[in-house]
Design a binder for this molecule. Sequence first.
Ligand code: SF4
Length: 318
Amino acid sequence: RNLRKHYTSPKRWLRPAKPSIQAVDGVSFNVARGETLSLVGESGCGKTTTAKSVMRLVEPTSGSVELEGQELLSLSAEDMRMRRRDLQIIFQDPYASLNPRLTAGDIVAEPLRNFGMGASAERRERVQWLFSRVGLRPEAVKKFPHEFSGGQRQRLGIARALALNPKLIVCDEPVSALDVSVQAQVVNLLMDLQAEFGIAYLFVAHDLAVVRHISHRVAVMYLGHIVEIADRDTLFSAPLHPYTEILLSAVPVPNPRTPARRMLLQGDPPSPANPPSGCRFHTRCPMAQAVCKEKAPELGERPSSSANGSHLVACHFR
Ligand code: SF4
């Protein structure tokens, strides 16, 4: 709720002019058990910082993060470490996130060891089971990360994230470093595991085809704010915020008979160190009017075309 992460510039001479970089500025959302909420937006919009703030991998400047009713930001380092059993992450680069000096079996067993779960025989058994669940052969436990393909390494990252039976997994661009042919396998594996274990995913991505496939709901971010949240079908078929419309119009249409409705985003994103007044999108919005420079729109409920829940939009005219 109302999550903020502002970075102060380490360059002292910049401080008077640019007091902080507002990477995330007042973001609120919820993710239900067994649900996938995707965060989408341009590079630098704050989606990864938001996801890492939820896990306290970066410490939020202010706000609140609750897991099953427990406030996480006020927990001591030790209590937070224990609560991390329920919060796991899958990183974008499966190679960089695996210790090259450990065998695959040791990598997946590491969280079990860290939390003192089971005797070593039980841990070995659980590792074997996790390998089978993510589609890795049992003998792969003895291999090192460099002996796996990119897709297999990401399966290893998924097995490690699953080891402690988490409630929520943050998926930080988990397939964008993989070949297209492997992406679908990994995404489908994540969906199968969610159906089996009821895990919630906070899914950070910029590939809208992947987002459309995996998400139940989608939140669109622009310059540190959420500008629209809706269930997947509503967002893709009837977006309301001008930024979402432009973002979706960039998705290629495979049917040549369907007229392309390409809308171009003008200019570069403004700096989060000096965001525009009023609506942060007004410098690039084709619908902007005088009020947009003066007054920031609230993220508010709109009548939804779907029975699947609410449709929230931050725009004065939508
Ligand atoms: Fe565009 Fe104004 Fe709506 Fe912002 S509030 S998205 S500038 S029309």
